[in-house]
Design a binder for this molecule. Structure first.
Ligand code: IYR
Length: 225
């Protein structure tokens, strides 16, 4: 048990913005984020590793339960390893699409026209495999309980997706189902659970995306004034 509290330090760099500038920045950010789309076909054009590193540092700034930062990002660019992941993911996905998934699930997915073929797992320069640390381990190997793991990793993933978009790259949240095979392929211990593969790179030339709509403000927010 920890018997110490953190030292309190000033909130540095905080500068409130005048409301007009606040609105302008909120608007500009929204304009940028409206352009974010999940892309399912990637070019094999290389991405500088330093950009990925900085985006990961941004993800690592996410708030987390008790500041436990229960995430691990395994960054795969090795072509043979990407191929192995593709083959394993496609095997799972073939079973999923052939009836492993419920009728209702396959029905919900139908408009997106996805299938078991995942060539992007080989074409994209980076696969960021995101693991949740369900519990920690102390020096003696005792389990340390982690709190709000899914929420924390979800927030970090959101920051990562935003950082990648902001850097001018595209991504896809890919969730082969089930995906425990990733522990073995990537040598991760059993306290870590894979939550998704974030596929990162440039879009394939001429790529199309589905004409989906996002909900309106009225549909997603309720104000009690
Ligand atoms: N994991 C499958 C199926 C899939 C599931 C959902 I929910 C999606 O939004 C998209 C796909 C696949 O990647 O094809």
């Amino acid at each position: 048990m920890s018997d110490q509290t953190y030292k309190a330090i000033p909130l540095d760099h905080y500068q409130p913005l005048p409301p007009s500038e606040m609105q302008q920045r909120a608007d500009e950010f929204f304009v940028q984020m409206k352009k974010r789309r999940s892309v399912r076909a990637f070019s094999d054009r290389q991405v500088p590793r330093a950009v990925i590193e900085t985006c990961l540092l941004t993800a690592g700034r996410a708030p987390s339960g008790a500041n436990q930062q229960p995430w691990k990002f395994v960054v795969v660019s090795n072509p043979e390893l990407k191929r192995t992941i593709r083959l394993a993911a496609e095997a799972e996905e073939r079973a999923f699409y052939a009836g492993g998934a419920s009728e209702a699930w396959l029905d919900a997915l139908k408009p997106l026209a996805t299938d078991a073929e995942k060539p992007f797992l080989e074409h994209a320069p980076y696969l960021i495999v995101i693991f949740s640390e369900n519990y920690g381990l102390d020096e003696q190997g005792n389990k340390i309980k982690h709190y709000y793991v899914r929420d924390s990793v979800g927030i970090a993933t959101g920051l990562l997706i935003t950082a990648i978009h902001n850097a001018g790259l595209v991504s896809l949240t890919h969730t082969p189902s089930p995906m425990r095979f990733l522990n073995k392929l990537l040598d991760r211990p059993k306290n870590e659970t894979p939550t998704m593969i974030l596929v990162v790179g440039y879009p394939e030339e001429g790529v199309t995306v589905p004409a989906i709509e996002k909900k309106s403000l009225e549909e997603i927010a309720i104000f009690k004034e």
